[in-house]
Design a protein around this ligand. Structure first.
Ligand code: NAD
Length: 296
């Protein structure tokens, strides 16, 4: 079986490398040359376009920033849809609007091409380790065919429902992650200004009820003032916008999502949109006039 892979960014590159390590034949494409050369150096073939990648692959994985990029790469000129054969499967692992996933799937279905939406959580470290959490929408039969491949990139792959359900689940994930980071930031600034080393606060609470995967991943970064991405604030803004649009379209008020969106917008205006989302703490530091640092 040959796999096509489109989108070799922070996430796509290590995911593609894990498929190579697992022994799959891979043909890859990105609009940027350097990551393509790196993955070709690791054993992949170079594709000329998403169309070319799709023409060679039985399964075509896309890992792109947002809905417009997926629509362009799949449905646009020289897109996946022009090359994909009847019976092949497109697995979009990008985080996009659930409605966009349904629209792309409907176009592919006209050509007899199946699609799953399968966004991921875990960030670059888990993409490198092959331990991502993968949330999937689509038909059960298609999911079963693709599951062994997903489990070469992730520690878990859960079918959440019909097409679009993977991205609904991802929006839920992104609301929870963003608000955890905001809560951690608020708490650490309070501790620091009250004269307690935030590193000690982290050590003391991480095994209790406030402990979380978000805290374990992000506290060590913020305590050093390290906001190297990881997951950029601008991408989290994109996910929160998709969450707000989806929630409003179906009549779900999401007040806390609105608040963290405005915090991230303020950071964007401050020029910090390329920082890791752990950089949310800078908003709180500015409000309180208190830096959060620890040598522990
Ligand atoms: P990225 O910006 O690093 O990578 C995106 C890649 O897509 C880039 O290499 C870009 O050149 C390529 N690209 C854009 N348009 C293209 C096109 N038309 N054809 C081919 N290639 C194209 O982004 P990322 O961090 O790898 O994130 C990818 C997706 O995964 C996003 O939806 C993001 O929200 C999601 N995600 C990211 C993380 C993370 O921690 N970075 C974690 C979970 C999920």
């Amino acid at each position: 079986m040959k796999i096509g892979f489109v989108g070799l960014g922070i996430m796509g590159k290590p995911m593609a490398k894990n498929l190579l390590k697992a022994g799959y034949e891979l043909v890859v494409y990105d609009i940027v040359g350097a990551p393509v050369e790196e993955v070709v150096g690791a054993g992949a073939q170079k594709g000329a376009s998403p169309k070319d990648v799709a023409a060679q692959g039985d399964i075509i994985i896309t890992m792109l920033p947002n809905s417009p990029h997926v629509k362009e790469a799949v449905l646009g000129k020289n897109g996946v849809i022009e090359g994909a054969r009847k019976g092949s499967i497109v697995v979009d692992m990008s985080s996009i609007a659930p409605l966009a996933a349904q629209e792309v799937a409907a176009e592919l279905a006209k050509k007899g091409v199946e699609m799953l939406d399968a966004p991921v959580s875990g960030g670059e470290p888990k993409a490198i380790d092959g331990t991502l959490a993968i949330m999937v929408g689509g038909k059960a039969g298609v999911f079963e065919k693709v599951k062994p491949i997903l489990l070469k990139m992730g520690a878990s792959a859960v079918l959440c429902g019909e097409i679009g359900s993977g991205n609904v689940t991802k929006l839920a994930n992104q609301i929870i992650v963003a608000l955890n980071i905001a809560a951690m930031s608020e708490a650490f600034v309070l501790a620091a200004k009250a004269g307690v080393d935030p590193g000690r606060v982290f050590d003391a609470i991480k095994g209790g009820l406030a402990g979380s995967t978000v805290l374990n991943a992000k506290a060590p970064m913020v305590l050093k003032g390290n906001y190297k991405p990881g997951f950029r604030i601008e991408l989290h803004i994109k996910d929160l916008q998709n969450a707000l649009d989806t929630a409003h379209a179906i009549g779900v008020p999401v007040p806390l999502t609105g608040t963290i969106m405005e915090i991230m917008q303020a950071l964007r205006v401050d020029g910090k949109q390329k920082d890791d989302h752990s950089g949310v703490i800078q908003f709180y530091e500015k409000l309180a006039g208190q830096l959060v640092r620890s040598n522990l």
